[in-house]
Design a protein around this ligand. Structure first.
Ligand code: BTN
Length: 240
């Protein structure tokens, strides 16, 4: 097993894996900070039991980090904000938006997804899929279409994007340590899709409609329901 050190990360790139998150889970105890990538991913997993289709040329990457806090929602916001800033760094005109909890949309189409998984009490895996070369068809009931950097006229490759992301992720984590969570939340909200508008949040068995009014200090979604109740939501898929 050969790791390459890149900006302090222990990085390993595979030809083919089922899921980079699963491989990161095996390696995380001995190797942090860790980056696992694969050229081909055959059983990619998404949030809420969705599948993540592995088209050639796209980025399948899992970071393994030490995270000594119960609040993984903030880490999800840091990861997705860094992803948005990475996409934006390729073309200032792109105008990407964040869809809670951690999707990036460009022209209302999904370009990336994040699956955050807790590996142990102090270690977290941040699984990131970015459509670099190709846009997979999303599941039938998905409320939106997908896009890719290539479709948007950006010519890069998975490993160039990985380097960009690692750099911007480190900057965003530093910002969190210097300025604390509220700064991350404020920046995140400045790119939030549908803020102040009516949305539907679907859980595995629940569905709530209301106005998306912000995020609380833990990074949870605040929804004002038609009977003026404020609901705090920790997980779900947003529909609009
Ligand atoms: C989502 O939008 O539902 C999250 C998708 C996360 C996909 C990535 S690809 C790399 C990593 N390995 C996985 O199996 N899933 C994540």
């Amino acid at each position: 097993m050969t790791f390459i050190t890149i900006d302090g990360w222990q990085w390993i790139d595979y030809e083919r894996l089922g899921s980079t998150n699963d491989e990161a889970k095996k390696l995380i105890e001995k190797h942090t900070p860790l980056v696992v990538t694969a050229k081909k991913q055959t059983s990619g997993r998404g949030r809420m039991g969705h599948k993540w289709i592995g088209l050639d040329g796209n980025l399948f990457m899992s970071l393994g980090v030490d995270w000594n806090s119960d609040n993984t929602n903030i880490l999800a916001l840091i990861s997705s904000l860094a992803l948005l800033l990475s996409v934006k760094s390729y073309a200032a005109t792109l105008n990407p938006m964040l869809k809670w909890p951690n999707d990036i949309l460009v022209n209302k189409r999904k370009i990336s997804g994040i699956l955050l998984e807790v590996a142990s009490s102090s270690k977290v895996i941040i699984g990131i899929g970015v459509n670099i070369k190709a846009s997979p068809e999303l599941e039938k009931n998905s409320p939106y279409l997908s896009t890719s950097l290539k479709e948007l006229g950006i010519d890069t490759d998975r490993l160039d994007f990985m380097r960009t992301y690692l750099h911007i992720f480190a900057e965003t984590i530093n910002l969190y340590h210097q300025a604390r969570a509220q700064k991350i939340i404020d920046m995140w909200l400045s790119y939030a899709h549908k803020i102040g508008q009516e949305i539907t949040v679907k859980g595995e068995k629940t569905q709530i409609c209301g106005k998306f009014i912000g995020l609380d200090k833990q990074g949870m979604l605040l929804l004002k329901t038609p009977d003026n109740e404020i609901r705090t939501i920790s997980a779900g898929d947003i529909y609009f």
